[in-house]
Design a protein around this ligand. Sequence first.
Ligand code: GLA
Length: 403
Amino acid sequence: MRIFASVSLAALALACFTATPQTSAAQQISPVAQTPPMGWNSWNYFFGKVTDKDIRDSADQIVSTGMKDAGYIYVNIDDTWEGKRDATGVLHTNEKFPDMKALADYVHSKGLKIGIYSGPGTKTCAGYPASLGHEEQDAQLYASWGIDYLKYDLCSFIPDVLEKQAPNDKAEQMRIMFAAYDKMSKALKATGRPIVFSLCQYGWDAPWEWAPALGGNLWRTTGDIDPHWDRIYAILSQQDGLAKYAGPGHWNDPDMLEVGNGKLSLAENRAHFSMWAMLAAPLLAGNDLPHMKPEIKAILTSSDVIAIDQDKLGKQGTRAYSDGEVEVWTRHLSGGALAVAVLDAGDARYSTHPFHLDLAKLGLHGPQKGKNLWTGEEVTLTPNMPIEIGSHDVLLVRITAPK
Ligand code: GLA
């Protein structure tokens, strides 16, 4: 759904609101999300069942599995932590989270950061209280707990506010929605605490065009992910054309990782992780960490692949070309290096009719020396070389000095 089509959404967002509040607290806040945020989020595995204990166990596991050392820092509580507001409007946690401050202290004691979830409407997507009319109060509450990251999910704002206040007036609906995200953005900045601001609006209304102007550090580009190859590939396909909107401090978010969830094959887990790295996507694992299999840990902690995602240049990869069901994506990296991903998105193995890599279509000439990031082997890519890739698998190569 696109509420309002316009080429100048960013201009409208900027015209409606000043991009950066001029409070002294805001000026002191150190910048966040200079590389895509890395961590773990409770939703994709626990959904509405998540408890305080699950968060503590997950934080423990992030440390003991080496994920923390690999760069996973944010431990994010998604929906269903919320209780009721008291007479003064202060929101309390529900029985699953008896003491949020103590939980945040625990996560911090592990050298990790903690995230939380709300939305601009009256209710969250799971029907729990959200922040409408309590933005400053909630932001102050999060800061008092020591929260480092907020995912702010549109959900009930559509029926609660947009459809009530501006029925059939798309332009006005956009202004109201901008104001809602801007309000929370400023409320977070006013706390003086560096808090990553993650907009969740499912990619409706081209958030990449206006979310950065409203202080968004990342914004969802699509509806929800699920642990099926078709869904993962559909989301990947929707990222084409969005690369120019990403950069340090502001990232496209194709949703959290499903690596290790459902019945994804090892190849699918590897391809999913590789392509999210090519996209400079936030790497928020969403699996059952205490029961993580060694092969899943190996994927999530692959330092060579994480280095692609976290590359300082912050330039998102793009699809260079496709040939049948094989796609070739490239990503420019700092120091002039280039990542090349060859993805077999289809169901067939390219053995009898191997795929031939057209280096000229990547702007490359002659043999290219690189490293296969999943085997660790040195490889040389040559023009039109045949490549055999398993179904839903990927060849990921880092070329240090492309020519
Ligand atoms: C929406 C979001 C999900 C999750 C749920 C929680 O569906 O897109 O990522 O946060 O809400 O209710």
